[in-house]
Design a protein around this ligand. Sequence first.
Ligand code: ATP
Ligand code: MG
Length: 261
Amino acid sequence: MARVIAIANQKGGVGKTTTAINLAACLAAADLKTLLVDVDPQANATSGLGIRVPEGSPTIYEVLVDGTDLIDTLRRTELDSLRVAPASYELVGAELELVNDERRAFHLRRALAGVRDDFDYVVLDSPPSLGILTVNALSVADSVIVPIQCEYLALEGLSRMLQTLDRVRDSLSPPLKLEGILRAMVDSRMNLTRQVAADVRAHFPGQVFEAEVPRNVRLGEAPSFGQPIILYDLRSSGARAYLNLMREVVRNGKKGTRARA
Ligand code: ATP
Ligand code: MG
């Protein structure tokens, strides 16, 4: 039965998609059967892995709104053990289309029930908001990774995000755990970033991944070549960081996830 991990932060541009793509790819490279589900209308995880969905083929939009079988959306990737359930821009409409649907928070949970046995890991990329798409991801997830950008006021934003997770957990999915806070886009040349990275660990002991992701040009370039970093440039600092993150996640899984969100 797969472990389902959502990548979420309501703040935009903090490295959610980069983390979703590269964690999923590193898990697959470790021979773990992995499914990446793109739950964001921007579809950056889909395009970042070089996937173009042919006109008329179903995506997560049809899965959530029409009840299409998730299996019918799956795409192969360059990595044998990695499949993607792609998103499309139509997903922006899902919020409105589901507004009167009492089960609207649970469509992804229903859809994944049919494939959880086929994978070791399911990674969910979510949009920068706490609308119905993110709520669908959090409702099916066993745990959540919160990437943060180590910058001014990062701690304030993080506390708000963790409070929100608490509320979601209380109302929707009792078993949701905090897999960990991930310090992303760490610029070691900037004192401020270093200081924030240290502060985050001090404020949230035991809840922050050892692994941190440096600002790395190669990580920024890889999506435009449709490749995860381990295929684009295995020797980059970004690849090393995401391999470290993958190892920590796998270790967590073996010993049961750390503190609750
Ligand atoms: P959104 O909230 O819009 O979905 P996001 O949280 O998913 O954004 P990403 O798309 O992962 O954030 O990253 C934002 C931009 O920064 C992208 O262009 C990405 O390629 C780049 N980027 C992410 N992480 C790094 C990094 N560690 N080093 C350099 N560039 C990065
Ligand atoms: Mg994104």
